[in-house]
Design a protein. Structure first.
Length: 159
């Protein structure tokens, strides 16, 4: 399976980069995983809702340049569907059985994703109704993908 993660913004914090690299290393045994970062759009705090939409549109255009035609697109969205780790594992396993070998996860910037790019997604997933920093979501997503493959293979993993 080939998994792409398209994310807005660059990881700068060393502890997050280290965690990201650790999960990428662990995942090599199960899937080909790549992360593509696109530049975030700068803005000032307290901007209007209309300007927030403009920021998200510019970021979405950058993401869309990297979305491959044949991929199954998954948008991470606080209002998306919540799954357990076991349900995520079952879903990933079912994709392989249905011949879906490429999955792309989208992680928006600090303002999120546009409604247009969310509606383009084949699935919208939420990790929680809580808000997480978009940089941290990369690590959380990789950990859950890793956990999913451990579940799929019946291998032990801490709970």
């Amino acid at each position: 399976m080939h998994i792409s993660i398209l994310a807005v913004g660059r990881l700068k914090e060393k502890y997050l980069v280290d965690a990201l690299q650790e999960y990428l290393k662990r995942l090599r045994a199960y899937a080909r995983v790549e992360i593509k970062e696109v530049a975030d759009q700068g803005y000032n705090e307290g901007i209007s809702a209309a300007l927030e939409e403009e920021v998200k549109k510019k970021e979405a255009l950058r993401l869309e340049k990297h979305i491959k035609q044949d991929t199954l697109l998954v948008a991470l969205d606080r209002e998306g569907e919540e799954l357990t780790s076991g349900e995520l594992a079952d879903w990933l396993s079912s994709l392989a059985l249905r011949g879906k070998s490429h999955v792309t996860f989208l992680i928006g910037g600090s303002l999120g994703l546009t409604r247009e790019i969310q509606s383009r997604a084949d699935r919208r997933l939420s990790f929680s109704r809580l808000t997480f920093p978009h940089q941290l979501m990369r690590v959380l997503l990789l950990e859950q993908i890793y956990r999913s493959f451990k579940i799929i293979k019946g291998e032990p993993y801490h709970k």
